[in-house]
Design a protein around this ligand. Structure first.
Ligand code: HEM
Length: 408
């Protein structure tokens, strides 16, 4: 076979390895809008992080012991000191578990900024939110496994929250824990959830997320409706510059791989030089049910919703209701936003302000979620929490005003 001089890496691979066949099987005629920026690569970054978590997790599983008498040492002594490269797999797993939330938040906020949850994309959004919830459960159950002080006490506090549900609360807490207190039975069931049940569910939902992406296609920076067939014909006829689409393979994928590579440099820099940020020093002390740490807080990615819970410092019930709302409110984005036009926030004056106030509020909640809730901190946390709820109350109003031409 004669090998021609190729314009890009994809064509070069196609000629040498015959990869077009494979691409056809996997991604038959799949086209991607041209005007999308690096933020659209974060879905692939998430896939990669999930794969890294599964692979590093499998190695940890070979030495981890799900038993309250053995768990702490199996992680901190066996894996970290005795097993060759055990420390590497633990650091990859811990850093990926933390960074995956940063990337999920970027991916979610990109969807919000560009209105990618609207007009036929509701299912992509709902499946994405289900991924957020299952990843949260995965993160929480994983945090329990080293059986350090923070593992134990965070489990104690979070499982306790279910006790406030009317009627069934107290029984539900015992059912979740498998005991009257957080104990060995709790550890083994969270272990089962973490290493088997939840990963299986996550894989299923990722499948659903991708399947629901095929029909409306991904959105683009202008929210423009693209006639994919007509544009693909243009591209194939040689009018590549005029066409509004590019083929998924190999053109788009090579862009994705570039962003992914830059991300992986950052990721492994964290793994080798700054892994400490993903681990709480208090969790290097073995769990002790007789000694409550002076200040209990969750991992950084749960701090914003934790602060909504604590923000209503004068009423535990109100705090719990607000916390419940905060955890589900993003599911409702496609219906709370009453303007059906898909446009970036930059072209929606009210929504643009709404979006940036939301970002500032989430950052504020995260910062105050880590501080002790005393003195003036309690009031600042309350203001951020009220603001969070208020944002979702006014969203239908401002988006309706925008739809009716109230903001040009
Ligand atoms: C955690 C696992 C997840 C994986 C592996 C994943 C993967 C992907 C991929 C590959 C894409 C297509 C390209 C892109 O826009 O990046 C995508 C699109 C999308 N995802 Fe996710 N995602 C995940 C979580 C989420 C979450 C938590 C949400 C938010 C609720 C979400 C909402 C969306 C939306 C709205 C789109 C469409 C974007 C558009 O049309 O422009 N995803 N996802």
């Amino acid at each position: 076979m004669e090998i021609k001089k190729s314009a890009n890496v994809g064509e070069w691979l196609d000629q040498r390895l015959g990869t077009t066949m494979l691409a056809k099987v996997l991604m038959t005629e799949y086209w991607i809008p041209k005007n999308i920026n690096f933020l659209w690569a974060f879905g692939v970054v998430l896939m990669t992080l999930f794969a890294l978590l599964v692979i590093s997790g499998m190695f940890l599983l070979m030495y981890y012991k799900p038993d309250t008498a053995l768990a702490f040492n199996s992680v901190n002594y066996t894996i970290m000191q005795e097993v060759a490269y055990g420390w590497l797999f633990r650091h990859i797993h811990a850093v990926a578990a933390s960074v995956v939330f940063l990337v999920i938040y970027i991916h979610m906020l990109t969807g919000i900024y560009y209105g990618s949850y609207k007009s036929g994309r509701e299912m992509i959004w709902i499946s994405g939110m289900l991924l957020f919830v299952t990843f949260s459960a995965e993160g929480f159950s994983g945090y329990m496994l080293p059986w350090g002080q923070m593992s134990y006490w965070a489990a104690q506090v979070i499982t306790n929250l279910f006790g406030a549900i009317p009627f069934i609360g107290p029984d539900l807490v015992i059912w979740i824990r498998g005991d009257y207190v957080v104990s060995d039975a709790t550890l083994t069931r969270f272990f089962a959830l973490h290493v088997f049940i939840l990963p299986l569910i996550i894989m299923g939902i990722i499948g659903l997320h991708f399947y629901s992406l095929r029909i409306p296609h991904v959105n683009n920076q202008e929210g423009e409706e693209v006639d994919f067939e007509a544009e693909a014909r243009k591209y194939k006829a040689g009018e590549k510059k005029k066409a509004k689409v590019i083929p998924f393979w190999p053109v788009f994928l090579s862009k994705d791989i570039f962003v992914l590579s830059v991300f992986l440099v950052f990721f492994f820099y964290l793994v080798f030089f700054h892994y400490g940020f993903a681990m709480d020093p208090i969790n290097f002390i073995p769990a002790d049910s007789m000694k409550t740490p002076p200040h209990i807080y969750p991992e950084w990615y749960f701090l914003w919703s934790y602060e909504v819970l604590r923000g209503f410092f004068f009423s535990a019930d109100l705090g719990l209701i607000a916390f419940g709302i905060a955890n589900v409110i993003f599911f409702l984005m496609p219906w709370l936003d009453r303007d059906p036009a898909v446009k970036p926030a930059a072209k929606r004056p009210y929504f643009f302000i709404w979006f940036w106030v939301l970002i500032v509020d989430l950052i504020g909640l995260t910062i105050w979620g880590k501080l002790p809730p005393t003195g003036v901190n309690a009031y600042i946390g309350f203001v951020f929490s009220i603001l969070f709820l208020a944002l979702f109350i006014i969203l239908p109003m401002i988006s309706k005003a925008e739809r009716n031409g109230g903001a040009k």
